[in-house]
Design a binder for this molecule. Structure first.
Ligand code: UD1
Ligand code: CA
Length: 440
């Protein structure tokens, strides 16, 4: 049986923030969502999050969901670590909560059979493939513990892996405890481990907080087990970018850059043109169809869906809940929030479309505003197939513009003054214009 314990009780001092570190966002999701989501894909039966500092805020944000969006289901077990005495102590709190939740505390064979993936909560870039390979290596070798390591270009800020002359794993030295020679070692502890539950419970009590930081170190559990003659394996991750940890805001930005490039590469590989990846911000969890093109300086938020052959940007902002159907075209300085833009429809310049349902082959003229918010309520605006909205129109929601209807430039269409199919309105407030008048 496999389970995961994610460590998220630390203060995150280096962030200099009132917000717990794991709630800082990376491309639309709180940091903590990343290890939780990756671990879920490894096939764990139980997920435990160790919280301490700022735990109310974390629980509120996640409310049982792994993505912290309150939507995805699948329960989390919360373990409280208070006071925070180090990562080893945090993992201990997590493992005890896990054993308790599974009700297996008294069964030696069940504890021997339980493999616990322990992840630092500040490692958002680990790939599912890497975690899977780590767990499989651990299980097939029968080790008591397996550590993920990485040969890094710049090992600063990581615990160093010290090996004996023959290459066997010997110990891990944290940077504050390391002498100059140890700091030269480039193989580091990534902060991702698998422990056989019985071994963890046996060896954690043998670790001591005798180090520079006065903390119980998680890596020490593996070190003590190895010294007692148990098998401890290491597994190395090739791609250094996966090991990026977030201790500070500049590391948060750097992790964001790596993740952003990964998302854009995946989209390009799937047939999306991105004119300038350097200035394109697309969050995780955005779907874009083949042959769509994203122009520079565009921001697309999590949950947006874009069909095939669409064009977006430059300088466009698509917010959550937006769906563009095939051949839709969104131009510069356009913001779209929680709206559907039908096939072939165009919003090309300087517009705000919020809570809109726009049909097929609609043209939304420059500077159109969907006035969706009256200060209390948000309401929906519908613009049906083939309608033509003149430049500078304000559509005060809730309102419906019928099929093939038109608004004149600068019209203000008041709420509930629906425009019937085929009609034309103009003025402030917009009034019906007779077809005859229009022809003169
Ligand atoms: C840790 C490792 C280090 C590794 C690095 C890489 C230890 C002692 N060191 O160092 O070897 O190279 O990660 O990612 O483990 N936490 C708690 N309770 C605590 C302390 C920390 O839950 O009492 C949590 C934090 O919230 C964080 C995680 O554990 O999510 C790691 O703690 P952090 O302080 O970032 O450890 P590092 O110093 O980076
Ligand atoms: Ca860290």
């Amino acid at each position: 049986m496999r389970a995961v314990v994610v460590l998220a009780a630390g203060k995150g001092t280096r962030m200099r923030s009132d917000r717990p570190k794991v709630l800082h966002e990376l491309l639309g999701l709180p940091l903590l969502a990343y290890p939780l989501e990756a671990a879920s894909a490894v096939g764990v039966t139980q997920r435990v999050v160790v919280v301490g500092h700022g735990r109310e805020k974390i629980r509120e944000r996640f409310g049982g969901s792994a993505l912290g969006d309150g939507k995805s289901s699948g329960g989390l077990v919360w373990a409280v670590q208070d006071p925070q005495l180090g990562t080893g102590h945090a993992a201990h709190c997590g493992v005890e909560a896990l054993v308790e939740s599974l009700k297996i505390g008294s069964s030696k064979s069940k504890l021997d059979d339980l493999q616990v993936l322990v992840l630092n909560g500040d490692l958002p870039l680990l790939r599912v493939e890497t975690l899977t390979a780590l767990v499989e290596r651990h299980e097939s070798s029968g080790a008591a513990a397996t550590l993920l390591t990485c040969e890094k270009e710049n090992p600063r800020g990581y615990g160093r892996i010290v090996r004996a002359a023959g290459g066997a794993f010997e110990t891990i030295v944290e940077e504050p405890d390391a002498d100059a020679a140890t700091r030269e070692i480039r193989e580091v502890n990534v902060g991702t481990y698998v422990f056989r539950a019985s071994a963890f419970r046996e060896f954690f009590p043998r670790t001591k907080a005798e180090n520079r930081q006065g903390e119980y170190y998680l890596p020490d559990v593996a070190v003590v087990a190895a010294r007692a003659g148990l098998r401890v394996e290491t597994f190395s991750v090739e791609d250094e970018t996966e090991t990026a940890q977030v201790n500070s805001r500049s590391e948060l930005a750097r992790a964001g850059e790596i993740l952003r490039a990964r998302i854009l590469d995946d989209l390009m590989a799937s047939g999306v043109t991105i004119d300038d990846p350097r200035t394109t911000y697309i969050e995780s969890g955005v779907r874009i169809g083949r042959d769509s093109r994203i122009l520079p300086f565009t921001v697309i938020q999590r949950g947006v869906e874009i069909g095939e052959n669409c064009e977006v940007g430059p300088f466009a902002h698509l917010r959550a809940g937006t769906k563009l159907e095939a051949h839709a075209s969104i131009g510069n300085f356009v913001e779209i929030k929680k709206s559907v833009i039908g096939p072939g429809s165009k919003v090309r310049h300087l517009s705000y479309v919020g809570d809109g349902i726009v049909g097929r082959d609609v043209n939304i003229g420059a500077g159109t505003i969907f006035a969706n918010y009256d200060g209390v309520r948000k309401s929906t605006t519908q613009v049906q197939d083939g309608a033509f909205i003149g430049s500078g129109t304000v559509l005060v929601a809730p309102v419906t513009i019928g099929k093939g209807a038109r608004t004149g430039a600068g019209s203000v269409v008041l709420r509930n003054r629906d425009v019937p199919d085929g009609e034309t309105v103009a003025g402030v407030p917009a009034k019906r214009i007779e077809k005859v008048a229009q022809q003169t």
